[in-house]
Write a protein that binds this ligand. Structure first.
Ligand code: ATP
Ligand code: MG
Length: 287
């Protein structure tokens, strides 16, 4: 396996006022392999967002290092040594971001919001960027919204727009800070299905979430407490796991409700079991 992103002894302190400061990251060591789907959980204020922003180079740390391989181990770069301009280009071209608040440009259409960073990067001709933008909208099921203003879309649809925008430059990694945090459970599930597809297509995904159900859909869950990574769990990819339900039973159900529904039901059961296991794990850590 190739390491895509790695942090070594990250420490970060916020100055609260002239006299007070608060350390929010303590020696955080983390490694994300290319192709992984990782989530970070932990109580409010434990430092999850701070860690995410440090890992993507949006926020500087006091000490420690973040290394990013950008797809190939040979191209390993140390974020804190990069000049601001190069860091911005790396973020634009190699990283995608999806947040709870989507920060779309209100005066642009859905399509224009999606393709803007493609134009900004200038890596591909505009015709290609447009075609990719259209393909992404198709794939995320919102093609009919392309010409609409973003004020005319629902929260779940906007989050899809955010994901399309994040993917326009074919990033190596997608970072998400509570990307499903503002959505109802159905919309949240659809977004997780979409992120799972994106990950299956080869994009590494790193999410911060409060939602155990969201975490249960990822390969590895990290637990953050008081600025430290204290534990991790590997629920494993949902698709590969069929323990606990016999083949015969699946076969019977397939015969009745059809293959697709049986598949969904099986997945539902697997995610449910993982969710319960994660809840127990979190309880053990007093979260
Ligand atoms: N710009 C800032 N200046 C000062 N303190 C900050 C700043 N940003 C965050 N903090 C503090 O750092 C700590 C960690 O914040 P962070 O946003 O990383 O937590 P979090 O785990 O993402 O919480 P939540 O789950 O509520 O989003 C908190 O105590 C917060 O108040
Ligand atoms: Mg946060």
């Amino acid at each position: 396996m190739n390491t895509l992103l790695e942090s070594v002894n990250l420490n970060k302190t916020y100055r609260v006022d002239a006299r007070n400061e608060q350390q929010v990251l303590f020696d955080v060591n983390l490694r994300v392999e290319a192709g992984e789907f990782v989530s970070v959980m932990g109580p409010s204020g434990s430092g999850k967002s701070t860690l995410l922003y440090a890992l993507c180079g949006m926020d500087r740390v006091d000490s420690g290092s973040v290394r990013f391989a950008g797809g190939t181990p040979e191209s390993l770069v140390t974020l804190e040594t990069l000049p601001e301009k190069e860091l911005a280009r790396l973020r634009l071209e190699r990283m995608g971001f999806v947040f709870q608040e989507i920060h779309l440009l209100r005066n642009l259409t859905v399509m224009d919001n999606v393709i803007l960073s493609g134009y900004l990067s200038g890596r591909r001709p505009r015709g290609e960027v447009n075609a990719r933008g259209r393909a992404l909208l198709e794939r995320t099921g919102i093609a009919e919204l392309a010409g609409r203003r973003i004020t005319q879309a629902s929260g779940g649809q906007l989050q899809r727009v955010g994901i399309c925008r994040a993917l326009i430059n074919e990033p190596d990694i997608l970072f998400g800070d509570e990307p499903t945090g503002a959505l109802n459970s159905r919309a949240s599930e659809e977004i997780m299905d979409l992120l799972t597809e994106v990950n299956c297509d080869g994009t590494t995904v790193l999410l911060v979430t409060h939602d155990v159900r969201v975490a249960a859909c990822t390969h590895r869950v990290l637990l953050m407490k008081d600025g430290r990574l204290v534990s991790e769990q590997r629920p494993g990819p949902v698709e590969d796991d069929d323990e606990g339900e016999g083949e015969a039973e699946i076969g019977r159900r397939e015969a009745v409700v059809g293959r697709r529904e049986a598949e969904i039901g099986r997945r539902e059961a697997v995610v449910g079991r993982r969710e319960a296991a994660l809840m127990e794990w979190l309880r053990d850590y007093g979260v």
